[in-house]
Design a protein around this ligand. Structure first.
Ligand code: FAD
Length: 296
């Protein structure tokens, strides 16, 4: 099913992200985690493409496994070092695997790469145009409520999001946000700028203190003081930090749903137990939002 159709339905959408392993040694472990998350019946699952150290080779095969559980998938695809032929090949593989949704990204240059100068792609919107010309996919893109780290200012960043919309992007998923007001303000600015496609907030349950430095450096997301106090107090104890991180993420999701969000994407980092706990925490809220009412 196409994600644009899914998130238009009256049911609230909760989705999870998984990333492929670095090597074939951990392939089975990753697939097992993805299957466990799929059993929670999320609205869809996204599978990253070479991000976070994972290799891009497994994105389609992991998506195919998830789809066996009748969960729609969103396959990420980045273009920074790709030729038109590479992209067409990936799209062929996705089509053969029955994948209907692609998150079209520029990606980041990890090392000086021999192939960079050959790539015809500089920006994600160009990849979106290729995918639109290829046909048959529902295309999404990334956005940054606190601005992309390379952007000079937010107005310019948002202008480029409008270009994504014009290039056929049907929805956006945000970089992780730890303060919902950042998302609400961003949404207002997007609407003012004529970006009217759905914008799915991305929520990251931070479950250990060591993740934090890396997350904020890579994503450009800022941590509110309220969250920093939680890390200061509980960061030394794995179980306490996990519980506090899940509680914080749950509270953010409840607030988003209460304020009209119909879809939330969770950066679950292949952690099925975290995904399960969040689903458990939200079970009654989601049941109520789906219109199944228990009398008082
Ligand atoms: P773009 O939209 O191309 O934007 C990059 C920068 O260029 C921005 O500053 C933008 O304002 C600017 N820009 C855009 N168009 C123009 C233009 N026409 N002229 C001048 N400037 C322009 N990375 C991976 O490698 N694999 C993944 O699976 C992955 N998944 C992600 C999922 C989400 C939800 C998010 C938020 C990020 C993900 N990333 C992933 C990271 C992403 O690839 C990086 O953040 C990358 O730096 C930017 O990608 P983009 O698609 O947003 O690029």
């Amino acid at each position: 099913m196409k994600i644009t159709e899914l998130i238009q339905s009256s049911n609230p959408s909760l989705s999870f992200e998984v990333f492929p392993p670095k090597s074939s040694d951990s392939y089975e472990t990753t697939c097992a985690a993805a299957r466990e998350i799929a059993r929670l019946s999320p609205s869809f699952m996204s599978i990253t493409y070479g991000a976070g150290g994972g290799t891009s080779d497994y994105t389609v095969s992991i998506a195919a496994q998830i789809q066996q559980h009748h969960i729609p998938t969103l396959a990420h695809l980045s273009c920074i070092n790709a030729s038109r032929e590479n992209i067409t090949h990936q799209l062929d593989l996705m089509r053969q695997a029955g994948i209907k949704n692609v998150l079209a990204l520029r990606g980041d240059a990890v090392l000086p790469c021999k192939k960079t100068h050959q790539s015809r792609y500089r920006y994600a919107s160009q990849l979106m145009e290729t995918i639109r010309a290829y046909g048959g996919f529902c295309v999404g893109g990334a956005c940054y409520p606190e601005m992309h780290t390379e952007s000079r200012n937010q107005a310019e960043d948002i202008m480029h999001l409008k270009e994504k919309q014009d290039a056929g992007c049907g929805f956006l998923i945000t970089q992780m946000v730890f303060d919902n007001h950042v998302y609400y303000n961003f949404l207002c600015k997007l609407r003012d700028a004529g970006v009217h496609i759905p914008v799915i907030p991305g929520i990251m349950p931070v479950i250990n203190a060591t993740q934090i430095q890396r997350i904020t450096t890579l994503s450009g997301a800022t941590l509110p003081q309220r969250f920093r106090y939680i890390v200061d107090r509980f960061g030394n104890d794995a179980e306490a930090m996990k519980q506090a991180g899940i509680a914080y993420a749950t509270e953010q999701i409840v607030d988003l749903l209460a304020n009209g969000a119909t879809a939330v994407h969770i950066y679950s980092m292949n952690n099925a137990s975290v995904a399960a706990k969040i689903c458990e925490n939200l079970s009654e809220i989601l049941r109520y939002q789906r219109g199944v009412v228990h009398e008082n």
